[in-house]
Design a protein around this ligand. Structure first.
Ligand code: UD1
Length: 373
């Protein structure tokens, strides 16, 4: 019996909904095999980049992800400190486990660090969500994407533009596999629970009568002037329509440092970070989503909920060209929100292969490349 060993890496909040469907498909694959047939042995490594219960544990619970086999406990720190912790921790894991594949997702520091370890140890690396580019190297994620894709052996892309970016950068065409958006697998799996999550009643919200806001990018929250201007605009908006904003730990810390309001006021609800299903429910039911998160742009596109992204660019252009997303800036925020509130309640279309079967296609490519089909 042959066992191909895969280490699946997750580190930060937006990773968990991307590893969950793949782990489920791997478990199903193994369960459907004869007892002595070849198998895929999957180990889950949590780097510990995110560690608060509401940034990590709640996602494991809601998404039914098994407990990680190994937690590196990397924690927070500067980029160098955090990356170095993950590098040294993950190298030891790879020395002990000797995997055939390292599978990484997304664009966080954990993604880049584990790719680097795998590549240097001669272990094949597969990147789920390869090829996205904002062409903005002031974003730490863009550096992570470039390094990861330059080193990975299999580049699993969510959209056609991602494949084009990779080809332009000289990636070998046979490395690129257009599999679709794995986030949508989790979204569809969790939709019934999201719809019965009770979050609207709990927050006393009516469908299509509130704006759902999430902001955590350093460019928006790390400078006092920017964050203060955003907060003023949101406060003003809340006089027209209720605003609901779960506050990311980075944003909360900055609000406190800058002496800006971090507690709810009337029609301006500042909450602790929400679980996955509650967030999906708010995204489906919001009149408008205002965000700087990559994942929210995609989820809003799937629900066709009008979305405004408070960034000068997006590495997910299909959410604009096909989906419901538009870019905005702090100065234009009131006018753009106003326009979205006057516009249709649903807009855009769902991009190709955002169909709930991305993990299945991903697994097929991994099996083929491991001669396990
Ligand atoms: C990270 C990712 C970003 C992703 C975001 C989603 C990188 C470079 N950034 O940004 O791409 O969009 O996660 O959330 O990988 N903190 C806590 N508890 C936690 C985690 C963090 O309090 O569980 C606080 C710490 O003060 C930390 C700060 O949040 O210093 C920032 O965390 P960090 O992981 O460095 O970056 P994020 O802003 O979360």
């Amino acid at each position: 019996m042959k066992a191909v060993k895969i280490i699946v890496v997750a580190g930060a909040r937006p990773n968990f909904m991307k590893v969950s469907p793949l782990l489920k498909r791997i478990a199903e694959f193994n369960a459907g095999r004869e007892a002595n047939a070849d198998r895929l042995a999957a180990l889950l490594v949590h780097t510990g980049q995110h560690y608060d219960a509401n940034m990590s544990e709640v996602f494991f619970r809601e998404l039914g992800i098994p407990q990680p086999d190994i937690n590196l406990g990397a924690g927070s720190g500067s980029h160098a400190v955090q990356t170095a912790h993950i590098l040294t921790g993950f190298e030891t894991v790879c020395e002990t486990e000797k995997p055939d594949w390292v599978v990484v997702v997304g664009d966080v520091n954990s993604t880049m660090a584990c790719t680097l370890v795998g590549a240097k140890m001669g272990i094949r690396v597969a990147h789920i969500e390869a090829g996205l580019r904002s062409y903005d190297r002031t974003m730490p994620e863009e550096i992570n994407r470039l390094v990861t894709d330059a080193l990975a052996d299999m580049l699993l892309t969510p959209s056609a533009d991602a494949g084009e970016n990779l080809l332009r950068e000289g990636a070998a065409p046979d490395k690129i596999k257009f599999v679709g958006n794995i986030m949508i697998d989790s979204l569809l799996d969790n939709l019934p629970q999201a719809r019965s999550s009770g979050i609207l009643a709990r927050l006393k919200l009516e469908p299509s009568r509130f704006v759902y806001v999430t902001l955590h990018r350093p460019a928006n929250v790390d400078e006092r002037d920017n964050l203060a201007a955003i907060w003023t605009a949101l406060k003003r908006l809340s006089r027209t329509i209720p605003v609901v904003c779960p506050v990311h730990p980075r944003t909360r810390k900055k609000l406190e440092d800058f002496g800006l309001p971090s507690r709810s006021e009337e029609h301006f609800a500042l909450l602790e970070p929400l679980g996955y299903q509650a967030s999906l429910c708010l995204t489906e039911n919001a009149r408008v989503v205002l965000t700087d998160s990559g994942g929210l742009q995609e989820e809003a596109t799937f629900f066709r909920t009008p979305c405004l992204t408070l960034r000068p660019n997006t590495e997910r252009p299909v959410t604009v060209t096909i989906g419901s997303n538009r870019l905005t800036q702090i100065e234009r925020l009131p006018a753009d929100v106003d326009e979205a509130l006057q516009g249709p309640e649903r807009r855009g279309q769902i991009p190709p292969l955002w169909d709930g079967r991305t993990a299945e296609r991903t697994l097929r490519h991994l099996l083929e490349a491991s001669s396990l089909c």
